[in-house]
Design a protein around this ligand. Structure first.
Ligand code: ATP
Ligand code: MG
Length: 185
């Protein structure tokens, strides 16, 4: 029965819904993580619409590069994409912040509130306190996927993670090489 359910879930094509449409319908900005808490409105930052829509599975774009100023919603656009993936198009996702310490801060300060305050995501990731929750600061499992969070300074953290989605945030702060590692295999 579980096999049949998983098999049919795997056959289902990705939704036509775009990341900006999903965000306008579902995303809530939390009190603890946003300067303007409440319902997300793409109209508030319209320049993010096309960027988010290029991140949608229905769009053929494979790589999106956002060259930007400070504090204009770059991370939030990526956070919307993360919410969309968990809710609509599950798969393995790797999120990289400049350092492991910063990745933990993003997970606790941005990802946890995103999950807690967006109703359609709340039931998809178990409470970290429950047994076998699959929910830790650096790794959160959900049906059909997993979010792994690491730092660009950790060669080990970047290894052995076959992903469908890769979110590289604050790239300008990445070290030139991870832990002095020059290994290529
Ligand atoms: N559409 C929006 N509606 C309401 N608040 C928004 C919106 N977009 C961004 N914000 C808020 O603006 C603030 C800055 O957003 P964010 O951290 O995503 O910017 P950033 O470009 O990644 O900043 P930095 O350059 O520091 O990394 C956050 O508090 C975020 O919640
Ligand atoms: Mg940012």
């Amino acid at each position: 029965m579980i096999y049949a359910k998983s098999f049919t879930a795997g056959l289902r094509p990705d939704p036509l819904l775009s990341v900006s449409e999903w965000s306008d319908s579902h995303r809530m900005l939390s009190q603890t993580a946003s300067s303007e808490p409440g319902r997300w409105r793409t109209d508030r930052t319209p320049y993010l619409r096309k960027i988010m829509d290029c991140l949608s599975p229905s769009n053929p774009t494979e790589k999106v590069i956002f060259m930007k100023g400070a504090q204009i919603g770059g991370t939030e656009a990526g956070n919307n994409w993360v919410g969309y993936i968990i809710d609509q198009a599950p798969g393995p996702l790797l999120v990289v912040q400049p350092t492991v310490e910063r990745s933990k801060r993003w997970s606790k300060g941005r990802l946890a509130p995103l999950i807690d305050d967006t109703p359609c995501l709340r039931g998809k990731i178990k409470d970290p306190r429950s047994r076998d929750s699959g929910n830790t600061v650096q790794s959160k499992e959900f049906q059909g996927g997993i979010v792994v969070v690491t730092g660009a300074n950790s060669a080990v953290g970047l290894r052995s993670m076959p992903v469908r989605y890769l979110f590289l945030d604050e790239v300008d702060a990445y070290p030139g090489d991870a832990m002095g590692s020059h290994s290529t295999c």
